[in-house]
Unconditional design. Sequence first.
Lengths: 113, 115
Amino acid sequence: DVKVTQSSRYLVKRTGEKVFLECVQDMDHENMFWYRQDPGLGLRLIYFSYDVKMKEKGDIPEGYSVSREKKERFSLILESASTNQTSMYLCASSHTRELTEAFFGQGTRLTVV
Amino acid sequence: AQKVTQAQTEISVVEKEDVTLDCVYETRDTTYYLFWYKQPPSGELVFLIRRNSFDEQNEISGRYSWNFQKSTSSFNFTITASQVVDSAVYFCALSEATGRRALTFGSGTRLQVQP
């Protein structure tokens, strides 16, 4: 089974802190994604990557950056956390060929106080 | 730009009722993929179905069925004889073959099945 693992289930951080959310997948997928989920807004794409050291902005990249140094790992970085970044963050991965479904991690609920 | 609309924010039914979740999409691509995911209270997104734009056949899987109509840009999901375990948030999503490979999600429909 494909596994997408996010490093933390719950996080509480202070305003202004630098925050790292880590995601690892074990199926050699080329594509990896970061979404945030907020009530009534569904999932919104923050950043994605098709290959190592490659990144593309999604629909809401402001305040975030990403890093993909290895194929299996995709990190989301909040350079200076703010309270409006309190949300559920979901990582996903997928195969390029045939646009197969994306597999999701369990999510990280981040609270910025 | 691609867009997915799930107009039903929340639906409440009594067990054994049939329920249909609506999904309307917009895309300029002729080749695209549509998906449904389920998010139970545990939070993890569970893949239910993928359908490509060239396959308009309806699909049935147990109590679940999907109706894809290109003429109305809709991909509706029906649960027959609903059960309490069907209570979840359901998301419809779209991915374009020639654009970015990321899924664009609707805002989700929360289904509550009462015993």
